[in-house]
Design a protein around this ligand. Structure first.
Ligand code: ZN
Length: 62
């Protein structure tokens, strides 16, 4: 399986970070920002070859 690389903006520190997203299924998970180490809530929506990734602060939810 090849992971999908997605560049997002951290919702805490606003740095650009690259996430590796599993393209096999849509999912919601938490990943710590590697710049500020705060927990980013990540949602990936997989639709065929198209993957959209959204991030938000863990406390806020989607
Ligand atoms: Zn950050």
């Amino acid at each position: 399986m090849v992971l999908h690389e997605e560049t997002v903006t951290c919702p805490y520190c606003w740095e650009s970070i690259t996430l590796l997203v599993d393209p096999s299924e849509s999912q919601v998970y938490t990943e710590d920002c590697f710049v500020c180490c705060r927990p980013i809530l990540v949602r990936s929506d997989v639709d065929g070859d198209y993957i959209s990734v959204q991030v938000t602060q863990e406390d806020l939810g989607f």
